[in-house]
Write a protein that binds this ligand. Structure first.
Ligand code: AMP
Length: 385
């Protein structure tokens, strides 16, 4: 059954929960479509508030801040998904919220998320919920080693994770991460990591951007290659998997689906993010309609144009003070398209900005050409995961 899509009139105000760079780039896309944005964030001088018409500064679970924010906006969306259950319930009472709080609850908890993914018919690494050391030991016997132990909630960019390689690692990992709800996952010896970004409207219309390949350094996304250099059958399987999950969630908004490709070419879903995603930043420069515009269109009830790509692209994050030190050199390099997020302090590991380099379709450089294409940023330490 499909619902009706009702278009938000120009000059309406879109409320965005979260003040980071994803909110900033969403607000910039919204402005081009004639909307205002109002940000809810605990942070003074946030990247998103710098480019928006209004901000409410307050905690994501503060009912006073939530009410003030909701009263000032016409529709609510997210750039950050870890809002408390009470906060989500209150938001939903006050204004239309897209994607729905039910979808955020799925993505907030890795056990709920993996159950949903498998229930929708999409495969993942084998996994088991773990609440005690005894359960961990039993799950290690079932799944074998190596395996990855993760907190079920609030883990990102490799935080709240431990790789268990041999039996001695088990108790130490429990010491570090327990006692709180955990999930043990079989370790995937992946050939590569992919992601797919899908937008879905209230009327059920769905568009997916091309499948991309992601490379991490120190557990943080480093480089995205668009399109992914995988067999077309693998890319099609990835796209279908992402669309199947978006449909099962009855998504209204944007969903990023992160996946592994194993050595046999099988897709295993790792994680869902019901919002714009770092692996979609290349779409700003390589697509007529970026992931941020698609997000705003879906939330505002506008038509979803094809997620068409006019160029191949390499996107590289600029992380921490080391890469920020290269900013003047980036600006002086023809062909690098710079994006900076307005963060005052370049702390270690902090995403400060990114660059995109475009290529003709089909002209994405080979392995060694990627580093060369990134100019001063191509000399970064070797890519590892
Ligand atoms: P996550 O926080 O789940 O997105 O994990 C961050 C990164 O850790 C992933 O992008 C992978 O590079 C790696 N990783 C996570 N889970 C696994 C797994 N089960 N097997 C192998 N690598 C993993």
């Amino acid at each position: 059954m499909t619902a009706e899509r009702v278009a938000l009139p120009p000059n309406s105000t879109i409320g965005i929960i979260g003040g980071g760079q994803l909110g900033r780039m969403s607000a910039m896309a919204a402005a081009r479509l004639g909307y205002r944005c109002h940000i809810l964030t605990p942070e003074a001088d946030s990247p998103a508030a710098q480019v928006s018409s209004a901000v409410t500064i307050g905690a994501y679970d503060d009912p006073v801040a939530i009410r003030a924010f909701a009263e000032a906006v016409d529709v609510i969306t997210f750039e950050f998904e870890n809002v408390s259950a009470a906060g989500l319930d209150l938001l939903a009472e006050l204004k239309p919220v897209h994607p729905s709080p039910a979808i955020l609850r799925v993505s907030q908890d890795r056990v709920v998320e993996k159950s949903f993914i498998n229930g929708a018919g999409a495969p993942s690494a084998p996994w088991a919920p773990v609440d005690t050391l005894a359960e961990l030991q039993e799950s290690v016997r079932d799944l074998g080693l190596p395996a990855v132990l993760k907190t079920t909630r609030l883990g990102y960019d490799g935080r709240g994770q431990a790789v268990l390689r041999d039996a001695e690692d088990v108790a130490a990992a429990w010491e570090r991460l327990g006692p709180k709800p955990l999930i043990l996952e079989g370790f995937v010896d992946f050939a590569c990591e992919l992601s797919v970004i899908v937008a879905r409207g209230a009327d059920g219309a769905m568009v997916a951007f091309d499948v991309v390949e992601n490379r991490h350094r120190n557990h943080v996304l480093d480089i995205t290659l668009a399109p992914a250099r995988v067999a077309s059958s693998v890319a099609e399987a990835a796209r279908l998997t992402a669309c199947r999950i978006a449909g099962a969630l009855r998504l209204v908004g944007l969903l990023a689906v992160e996946m592994f490709v194993d050595r046999d070419g099988h897709i295993l879903v790792n994680e869902l993010a019901p919002r714009p995603h770092n692996s979609g930043h290349w779409t700003i420069d390589a697509c007529p309609v970026s992931q941020f515009e698609m997000h705003i269109r879906a939330v505002a009830g506008l038509p979803l144009p094809p997620a068409w790509r006019h160029s191949d692209a390499v996107m590289k994050n600029m992380v921490g003070p080391e890469e920020m030190a290269l900013w003047p050199a980036v600006l002086a390099t023809p062909g690098l398209i710079p994006h900076l997020y307005g963060k005052a302090e370049a702390r270690a590991g902090r995403k400060m900005g990114h660059v995109t380099r475009l290529f003709g379709k089909g002209a994405l450089p080979g392995e060694f050409g990627v580093a060369a294409a990134l100019g001063p940023l191509g000399a970064a330490p070797p890519i590892s995961i």
